[in-house]
Design a protein around this ligand. Structure first.
Ligand SMILES: [Zn+2]
Length: 665
């Protein structure tokens, strides 16, 4: 628990100065830290329904951005309201207008483009804030890559703002564009009325759906952290992008107590059952993508009783479902299941108190205090699971993520922050994943301890063996202790780059002075001269590798204090070929000029303890693994990703991975 510092003794109140003394007025107000903005809580489509009427408007508070200009254009986001189909630009909203400051922004309105701009800004900022709270550091967008900039060197460029176009497309679609670093929202007529210069009624705007905005912003935030999660090396990778975006949107939705209070009051007697949250989740499934996979994975309403029942998990689905949304829905359902378990355990005592231990509520309306407490518990559970899910991103492998590995990341990240799982949150998560067959195949059991990632294995035969990472004093990990978490985002970006260069030199030194084969095995790279020739060489003829990312992650130290880990991602690229014989030839150095069918990547995420400079965890995806190479190849062949690859990552302007995935079939 963090305690607030003791209050400073206050000076006695000042005497009122005589009128003749010209004393500058004392600043009474400090800069606000939050900006309150009204948003639609639900999809406006749903607001037409009687049950959501009256709760569709909520106020969110986002961090105060002192640089905020009309648009809104701020530190993280730039809303650009150009409508190519309608051939017009809408006037940018000025959220610093004194009237809007006094009224929590514009009132929700489907017909007011200024409100649309406010809505995308408010929800995207809420999502960013949830990431920053969970990770304890500032969010960055995907940097501009050297090939995009036409540079010969490997210098990436900082991207300050994500662009948001609330009216970019005239279609039932919305997506995050990695190439444009932008969110594009579509609108489409619900009727045949053609929209003109003014926004007409009867039009559906995807930019007015909390869930869609949160989903797309999450794609952008995830891409800013894990750029390689766009590379579909196994069926889970793109499915994870979709699932994670849904998880964040869904849990963020449930973290607004105002939304739930109304529903809980309305559905009295239904508090313990999953009915209420399940129904809300079903609405979410309907709103988010207009597809049924998510809705069905979470649960369905029994046509006879009208009761909502969570779906019976089908462990076979994971082995037979490959479309990214449908596969992702299995993961979303697992997280949602864990959320329900946690919520139920948190309200068990309240229900006992409210029912005098009988479990049967007295007739009449629920006491408003009870409603408030239940809604509060649901919101807290949602916020907790959301934070858990985001923090796990720091403990994922840098490439080729599988769902089972995400479970290990969840368990490890949560253990790092909450030592004892007294409330059983980790167990709830593991159980929900297990029931859907989402677990790693290389662990002995699904006990929380066996799911923790491992560090450098102690060698019982040689306990005094020197560390493969050399003496502590020479490690750049120690210098990274100076990481200033309150520094600006751009400084953080450049500092991380400096550290990446230092780490690269350090690994090169370790390879030169130590045993390159052993070091490579440990970190999933091929560092010695025997490395396959399908891995590029540097000017000295040694296999190239990349320090892909360096960033700090929080954990709780032995005395309860918050301390930092340092996360370092090492990756290596190897030419991949669909034909195994060709692969073997290129690996041996024959056929040197052959153009690869795909990029095969390996490496590891190292989570260093800043004190000892030793890795607490090594999360490995070996570049020399024949098994991984075979799986990657099979995945490309079986699911036609080879031809899609050109669309995804080629120079083609239409290469929008998420647009493709979001298109309705
Ligand atoms: Zn998506």
């Amino acid at each position: 628990m963090k305690r607030s510092p003791p209050e400073e003794p206050q000076p006695p109140p000042e005497a009122t100065p005589a009128a003749s003394e010209r004393v500058p007025p004392r600043r009474l107000a400090t800069t606000p830290d939050r900006r309150r903005l009204q948003v639609f809580a639900f999809d406006p489509l749903l607001s037409a329904r009687i049950e959501t009427l009256g709760v569709n408007q909520i106020v969110v508070s986002v961090p105060w951005d002192k640089s905020l200009a009309p648009g809104p254009v701020g530190e993280y986001l730039e809303v650009i309201d150009h409508d190519p189909a309608g051939e017009c630009c809408y006037a940018p909203v000025n959220l610093n207008d004194p009237h809007l400051l006094a009224t929590d922004g514009l009132a929700p309105s489907e017909g007011n483009p200024g409100f649309h701009q406010q809505m995308v800004y408010a929800v995207a900022m809420t999502t960013i804030r949830n990431f920053e709270l969970a990770l304890g550091r500032k969010a960055l967008w995907r940097p501009r890559q050297p090939d995009e900039l036409g540079r010969e060197d490997d210098r990436e460029e900082y991207v300050k703002r994500l662009r948001i176009y609330p009216h970019a497309l005239r279609e039932a679609n919305a997506y995050y564009s990695p190439a444009k670093r932008a969110l594009l929202f579509g609108y489409f007529p619900a009727s045949t009325t053609a929209p003109g210069r003014n926004l007409p009624g009867g039009t559906v705007f995807t930019c007015l759906s909390h869930d869609i905005i949160a989903h797309e912003t999450t794609h952008a935030l995830l891409d800013g952290m894990h750029g390689r999660f766009l590379e579909p090396s196994n069926p889970d990778v793109l499915a994870f992008h979709e699932a994670f975006a849904d998880v964040v949107a869904l849990l963020q939705h449930f973290s607004f107590p105002g939304v739930l209070r109304h529903q809980i009051a309305r559905t009295r007697g239904d508090l313990a059952s999953q009915n209420l949250l399940g129904q809300l989740a079903r609405q979410f499934g309907e709103a988010i993508g207009h597809y049924g996979a998510l809705r069905d994975a979470i649960g369905r309403t029994d046509p006879e009783t009208g009761e909502w029942r969570p779906a019976q998990p089908d462990p076979a689905a994971y082995r037979t479902t490959f479309e990214p949304h449908a596969r992702g829905a299995i993961l979303v359902a697992a997280v949602f299941d864990a959320f329900l378990t946690i919520y139920k355990s948190r309200i068990a005592d309240l229900l006992r108190i409210a029912t005098g231990g009988t479990g049967v509520l007295p007739d009449g309306e629920l006491h408003p205090d009870l409603v408030t407490r239940l809604a509060g518990e649901a919101a807290k559970s949602a916020q907790h699971v959301l934070t858990m899910c985001i923090r796990a991103l720091d403990y994922c492998p840098p490439v080729d993520l599988a769902f089972g590995e995400y479970l290990r990341a969840l368990v490890t990240a949560d253990t790092e922050l909450v030592r004892h799982d007294d409330r059983g949150y980790r167990v709830a998560m593991i159980e929900a994943f297990r029931r859907r067959g989402l677990y790693p195949d290389d662990v002995r059991s699904l006990a929380p301890d066996s799911l923790l990632w491992r560090g450098v294995d102690e060698n019982p035969d040689a306990p005094d063996r020197p560390s493969p990472f050399g003496p502590r004093r020479e490690s750049p990990v120690v210098r990274a202790n100076r990481w200033n978490l309150s520094a600006g985002r751009e400084r953080m970006f450049h500092y991380a780059r400096e550290l990446r260069i230092e780490f690269h030199r350090w690994i090169e030194r370790l390879r030169r002075t130590g045993d390159p084969t052993a070091l490579g095995d440990l970190v999933g790279l091929a560092l010695d001269d025997k490395a396959p020739r399908s891995i590029d060489r540097d000017e000295r003829g040694r296999p190239k590798f990349e320090v892909h990312a360096v960033y700090p992650a929080r954990r709780v130290g032995p005395d309860g204090q918050l301390v930092m880990n340092l996360v370092v991602e090492l990756t290596q690229k190897r030419k991949g070929f669909l034909d195994p014989d060709r692969q073997a030839r290129v690996d041996r150095g024959l056929d040197a000029g052959a153009i690869a069918d795909f990029d095969f990547r390996g490496g590891s995420t190292l989570v260093f303890d800043l004190e000892t400079a030793e890795p607490r965890y090594i999360i490995r995806k070996g570049v020399l693994s024949d098994y991984r190479l075979r799986c990657h190849r099979e995945h490309l062949v079986n699911f036609g990703w080879v031809s899609l690859r050109a669309t995804y990552f080629g120079n083609d302007d239409d290469g929008e991975p998420f647009a493709l995935l979001h298109r309705d079939d």
